[in-house]
Design a protein around this ligand. Structure first.
Ligand SMILES: *Cc1c(COP(=O)(O)O)cnc(C)c1O
Ligand SMILES: [Zn+2]
Length: 403
């Protein structure tokens, strides 16, 4: 890494200092690398023998010294072909990047492994985070491993598991009567008194670096031929922004050409600021009032990187699609039944969106489509009820009723 650069105005910032957002315009900072030097050691042959985690791409990740890497083995998740789901939707080449098997159960682990590692390297001792759910659990786990003090602020109606997983690994949890935006304000207002470093989405430069490794893995796992379409459930947008960023880095290193997948941003109807801005032709989104959806990771009423998400969608000739909670919950069941992947609601939303694209003729039958299942359904058991008969061993059981 050579320096940090504002993603909006280009102002250069020192990467040896703790940084948050651009000092001039307040927008997110991007890490920049000496890609000429990186490609000397990051070679195809070299990759074969490397660790099966996102840290296999260390030349284009921000941590300088290996001993500062805080890892639980995150990344290098399977790219699982889903032929039965594909057939149902009328597609021949459907694949799921399954982030459900990652440490802490969601892809938030990637961003927080990178951000906590870099924070540790820069001497940070105390971190805080507003989170709609999964980021809290991930930060708490990586923070614990790094020996940091961790504070998480989450909406009081965030999935229970996120409070539990944070608490158990030793984070201080605060429930907020409100949304992630309210939690964000509380973290910010606490800085003068508590002196913590906020790891809020795109409020620091390194979570996006962790998340960009999803794009690297998709490229490597498909033998450096990017898919035709990538469908991504979007909250704060770090994943889509990170992938879009790293595709340029890959091109600059000569690993891929100028072709890009169509990037599709999926949101829930109850919280779809990006979809709204996309449809209205705007460069930035507006705050989405009364945001609500069962897909907690998508409940972000205004993303700091909204303009970057919209840019990726437009430049790639992708689209932005909203789906209802009923649709995405039905698709959790569908992909689980057909493929054995118990997806999270956010991940299943990509299926609902894909169905709409197929119906509108926006995807061809032969195109290679990658869906992102961003977390495990096991973190969302609150949302499900099981209708099952009860057997009493003292009485005869009516087996026929099971058919
Ligand atoms: C946070 C989250 C998202 C949204 O991710 P962004 O990169 O912030 O857009 C999607 N799915 C799950 C499970 C999440 O936890
Ligand atoms: Zn700027």
């Amino acid at each position: 890494m050579t320096h940090l650069e504002c993603s909006k105005c280009g102002t250069r910032h020192d990467a040896e200092q703790i940084q948050t957002v651009c000092k001039k315009c307040g927008k997110p900072l991007f890490a920049r690398y000496d890609l000429e030097a990186a490609k000397e050691t990051l070679t195809r042959r070299e990759l074969v023998g490397r660790v099966a985690s996102m840290w296999r791409y260390r030349e284009i990740l921000p941590v300088r010294r290996p001993e500062n890497v805080v890892t639980l083995g995150e990344g290098w998740t399977p790219l699982t072909p889903t032929p039965r789901l594909g057939e149902t939707l009328g597609l021949k080449n459907l694949i799921v990047k399954d982030e459900g098997i990652i440490p802490t159960g969601s892809f938030k682990a990637r961003g927080l492994s990178a951000a906590i590692s870099k924070a540790k390297e820069l001497g940070v001792k105390r971190v805080a985070l507003p989170s709609a759910g999964n980021a809290a659990g991930a930060m708490a786990a990586y923070g614990a491993r790094a020996g940091l003090e961790v504070y998480v602020f989450m909406p009081e109606d965030a999935p229970k598991v996120n409070a539990v997983e944070s608490d158990v690994v030793g984070a201080k949890v605060v429930f907020v009567k409100g949304l992630i935006s309210d939690a964000g304000k509380l973290v910010k207002d606490g800085i003068p008194e508590m002196g913590w470093f906020s790891v809020a989405t795109l409020g620091e430069p390194y979570r996006v670096e962790g998340k960009k490794t999803m794009g690297l893995e998709v490229a490597e796992q498909l033998d450096w031929k990017l898919p035709d379409v990538i469908i991504y459930p979007t909250g704060g947008g770090t994943g889509i922004i990170g992938m879009w960023k790293v595709f340029d880095e890959l091109e600059e290193m000569g690993w891929i050409g100028g072709e890009r997948p169509r990037m599709v941003s999926v949101q829930a109807e109850g919280c779809s600021p990006i979809v709204k801005a996309y449809k209205e032709g705007k460069e930035e989104s507006e705050f989405f009032e009364n945001a609500h959806t069962v897909a907690a990771g998508l409940r972000v009423p205004k993303a700091l990187g909204d303009f970057l998400i919209l840019k990726a969608v437009r430049e790639s000739k992708g689209t932005a699609i909203a789906v209802s909670d009923d649709e995405l919950m039905a698709d959790v069941r569908l992909v689980s039944r057909l493929e054995g992947i118990f997806a999270c609601p956010e991940g299943a939303a990509t299926i609902s969106a894909l169905r709409k694209m197929v119906d509108a003729g926006e995807v061809d039958r032969d195109e290679r489509v990658v869906l992102f299942n961003t977390g495990s359904g096991l973190k969302y058991t609150d949302l499900f009820t099981v209708k099952a008969p009860v057997a009493d061993p003292k009485k005869p059981f009516d087996y026929g009723s099971l058919r």
